[in-house]
Design a protein. Sequence first.
Length: 523
Amino acid sequence: MTGKELAGGQNARRERERLLALWKLVESRRRTSYTSLVVPSLSFDPDELAKIRGVSFYEERLLFTLIRLRDPRARVVYVTSQPIHPEIVEYYLDLLRGVSTRDARNRLTLLSLYDAGSTPLTRKILDRPRVVARLRELVRQTRHAYLTCFNSSIHEAELAAELDIPLNAAAPDLLWMGTKSGSRKVFALAGIEMARGFEDLFSRRQVVNALVKLAKKAPGVRRAVVKLNESFAGAGNALFRFPQAPGEPPSAGAIDAALEGLDWTADGETTDSFFGKMKAMGGIVEEFVEADHARSPSAQLRIGPAGQVELISTHDQILGGPTGQTYLGCRFPASEEYREQIGALGIRVGEVLRDHGVVSRFGVDFLAFRDSAGAWRFPAIEINLRMGGTTGPFLALQFLTSGALDSERGVFHSARGADKYYVATDNLNSPAYRGLLPDDFMDIIAASGVGFDSAAETGAVFHMIGALSQFGKIGFTAIGDSLAEADATYKRVVEVLDRAGGRNQAVGSRSPHPFDTAIRSIE
């Protein structure tokens, strides 16, 4: 082991020890105050993020971390690229139970950089020494503080070091395990089934060679997926159709020509731009598993600083878009038919990550289908070594009900003992919603009665409200005492927003939102 590697290992241990001490403080009843610095930066490739409409407002998705303010010892510092509308902040503070809105507001500091550029938020902070100095002063107001982020990168690690506080996320030198190539290596170590394929590809020629090998390895294969290592929400995936050659696998030349017909998940992609990114970040080729009524469940877990691997939740993801690989939303919990198996497989992945030193929230996506004998199979698809699309809805449920997961049944109990279910989306959008200001939206929700009812612990809670006016896009979590009730609340929200946006279809047939169509595939 080199001196640099030894120092890196010592630093990682030191950070885990600091984080563990903080966690013990947070979970104790001691009166010591602590600070949660929330930097909801999407520290990904800017070109990949540009594929997502309204991506700048995804920084609002972590506002559910304001749940910490329910603890009177907690202070929260929340940093964003652009200011959050005051009505949106009040909306979240009003949802807090058991604490006065005034007291919570006094322990919350909002800091905006007034910078709408595409540079990741954390990099923007680091490029502003005065902002770093101000954050240093804010986290020193208590003797204990930590950094929470959507995903970690070298930027988040640098910011944590500048502020001398632990990073509550995976260390940058371990992030390879959450790439598409790294995921396949982790699945192999965990002994988990995955689609046939090849990783660590960096050129078009390597992709062609991998597709040739796949055609020989899986005779009759019809489709494959080519994925960039570091894409977000499926935006870096492309669907490939094998040219059919009777009696023999297609040649390298035929496959290379067929690459010009890739079906893109994101608008505006080209073969030149796609393989240019692959040269920089790498990627994989995998067989597209052809199965009737396939589903996309996921497991969300957390590895604590003491090394414990904890199952947080399971979901059935709802996918759509041009190739059926874009994340639209989810239902909680995953189907009773397989939620226990999905959770167990997630634990196995977590144990491999833990043994490599990972401390982080993470998610594992699977495919679920029945084979010819009628048995369920669950090939693993990818690891998201960060918060994901299913993190926010679950945080919302905890935020609103103070409950916890029943690990034996895989369902959620509120503090009052009721089972809770939800359906959630980041992608309810329509041009008709554009122009709705946060103030308008709050009035609409109050008048309609679809908002969350604290007494009944049912209804809808919203996020990315700021994206409505410019992009006509919003996210929400519809919570019910059953999946049927959650689905009904979802449909009611759509009706309310359509009516408010002038999409009242008296003549009968509004075109369905993409989420409407996709959700039917798992009902």
